[in-house]
Ligand binder design. Structure first.
Ligand code: FES
Length: 116
């Protein structure tokens, strides 16, 4: 049996955040989070979470989460709350969610279905 070098006894995290890092070419028909600077934002969230002393959380890049038209996309589990990362306070709000499981409602993704 393998031994975890970090001393963990079971897999998983208290909270797990995925930030879309997908980037499409400029001529693509759909926008992409990578072109909106999502990876720099992800790094800033990681830094802020570390500075806040959070442990047992993980923030990482994902592929396209398929909500490309709604801004820079992220989701945090286990709550399963989807976010559009915009605005100066987005980083602090994400750290708040990672710490407590809530508190970033103002950044929740707002989806409106296309009218038929
Ligand atoms: S490119 Fe980010 S959700 Fe699709």
């Amino acid at each position: 049996m393998a031994i975890d070098p970090k001393g963990r006894s079971k897999p998983g995290y208290e909270r797990h955040m995925f930030v879309c890092g997908h980037e499409r070419p400029p001529e693509a028909t759909r926008p992409s989070c990578g072109r909106r600077g999502s990876l720099a934002l992800m790094q800033a969230i990681k830094r802020a979470a570390k500075e806040a002393g959070l442990s047992n959380i993980r923030v990482q890049k994902s592929g396209c989460l398929d909500f490309c038209e709604f801004g820079t996309t992220a989701v945090i589990y286990p709550e399963g709350i989807w976010y559009t990362l915009e605005g100066e306070d987005a980083i602090a709000a994400m750290v708040q969610h990672l710490a407590t499981g809530a508190g970033a409602e103002q950044h929740e993704m707002n989806i409106t279905a296309e009218e038929n």
